[in-house]
Design a protein. Structure first.
Length: 393
């Protein structure tokens, strides 16, 4: 398949992924906020746990939530499920197009672990499946009955997965798999737990039986998990554009900080929606700020002093760029799959290197995103030499 066709397919799938993802995240955020805004009021109908009055788009809405389910259900009951299903389907298709199709370039790094594409893809698929079963087991075990303990263990599961991925895949491949790992947990929560439980409640009601309240409680637990995991997973999904994340030697630690940041911000938003006194949850913002400060500190670029003692001349800089960059960053790239230089960056001479110094430092010197898949075998010493030349010129 031509690079032109692949680019269009990639764009369309990515667009679809964004559309359905926004729909899923929007409904998740809305229903958590709605649930937290419910209030007990006078003259509520039998079985109603709380109601909420809302205004939007020039209209007023009165919403009721039943403890289990009302005595009767209308035929036009709306199920919010396809947003989650299609988000996962389009996300996996995008994983196939971007990382499986180009496994040698984006998924595998020979300097991390020499793998065949078939091996890397198998590890990828198996890890997503195993991750769900481990998470589901934790939720159903005794640990699942203790909210704080379960949150801590699931946090450890995500960070542990990030560490394992960083020992197997390229930097980009590792962090996108953290996103896929968490995204799979979230999607299967909907497909395997939340919707089936809701269907069981509905079936019991239609049969004239009292629904098991545990089904609703379990579904609510998984829904809350999805809500708290949303912000971190969004960062993971765009991480491939940021070498300061993907190229960090301790990327798993950055994942831990991102989960703390996202969870803390979500905690603030949720408790604000619930109308809690600010003093009870304002602590979450300093926690997020501290995690962010630590992440910024860990990813701060090295200064000129870190290249002290490295002697490199103009000819050396041109040789390094010519050896490791010229196959892509020329007017007519020779690298398979590229019809034009990536991001229109052309590196012909020293002036071009100076012009694109910031990108080279981020992508190649302080990070290892370039060369793609490091197929040319660029060494750490060559990266340091190129960095020393750029910072001194």
């Amino acid at each position: 398949m031509s690079s032109f066709a692949i680019d269009w397919l990639n764009l369309l799938v990515r667009w679809a992924h964004l559309i359905v993802g926004i729909g899923w995240i929007g409904t998740s955020f809305y229903f958590i906020a709605l649930d937290l805004s419910l209030r007990k009021r006078e003259n509520m109908r039998d079985g109603v746990a709380g109601t909420a009055w809302e205004v939007h788009g020039g209209g007023f809405y009165h919403v009721e939530k039943f403890v289990t389910a009302p005595k009767e259900l209308p035929p036009d009951l709306v199920w919010y499920k396809w947003e989650a299903y299609l988000t996962w389907v389009t996300g996996f298709f995008l994983l196939v197009l971007q990382y499986y199709w180009n496994a040698d370039v984006f998924l595998i790094s020979q300097s991390v672990l020499p793998l065949l594409p078939s091996q890397a893809i198998t590890i990828s698929i198996v890890s997503l499946i195993v991750g769900w079963f481990v998470y589901d087991y934790l939720c159903k075990s005794r640990i699942g009955g203790n909210t704080m303990l379960l949150a801590s263990v699931v946090f450890g599961l995500i960070v542990g997965a990030a560490w394992i991925f960083s020992q197997v895949f390229s930097g980009r491949g590792a962090l996108i798999h953290v996103g896929a790992f968490v995204g799979t947990i979230m999607a299967v929560n909907v497909f395997g737990i939340i919707i089936p439980n809701q269907k069981k409640i509905t079936a019991a009601l239609i049969a004239g039986q009292a629904p098991d309240p545990r089904l609703g409680a379990i579904g609510k637990q998984r829904s809350v998990h999805n809500n708290y995991l949303t912000l971190p997973v969004l960062v993971m999904m765009v991480s491939g554009h940021y070498p300061l994340l993907t190229s960090h030697p301790h990327a798993w630690l950055l994942v831990a900080l991102i989960v703390v940041m996202g969870g803390s911000i979500q905690r603030f938003l949720n408790r604000h929606e619930a109308g809690d006194p600010l003093g009870k949850f304002v602590w979450s913002l300093p926690v997020a700020a501290i995690a962010l400060a630590v992440a910024i500190f860990l990813t701060a670029p090295r200064g000129d002093g870190s290249f002290a003692g490295i002697e490199v001349g103009d000819a050396d800089a041109l040789r390094i760029v010519g050896t490791h960059c010229a196959m892509c960053h020329v007017q007519y790239p020779s690298y398979d799959g590229f019809d034009a230089p990536p991001k229109d960056v052309i590196l012909r001479d020293l002036d071009d290197i100076r012009r694109h110094r910031d990108q080279i430092l981020a992508q190649t010197v302080f990070g290892d995103a370039m060369p793609l898949g490091n197929e040319s075998g660029m060494t750490r010493a060559e990266r340091d030499q190129l960095g020393a030349w750029i910072l001194r010129n």
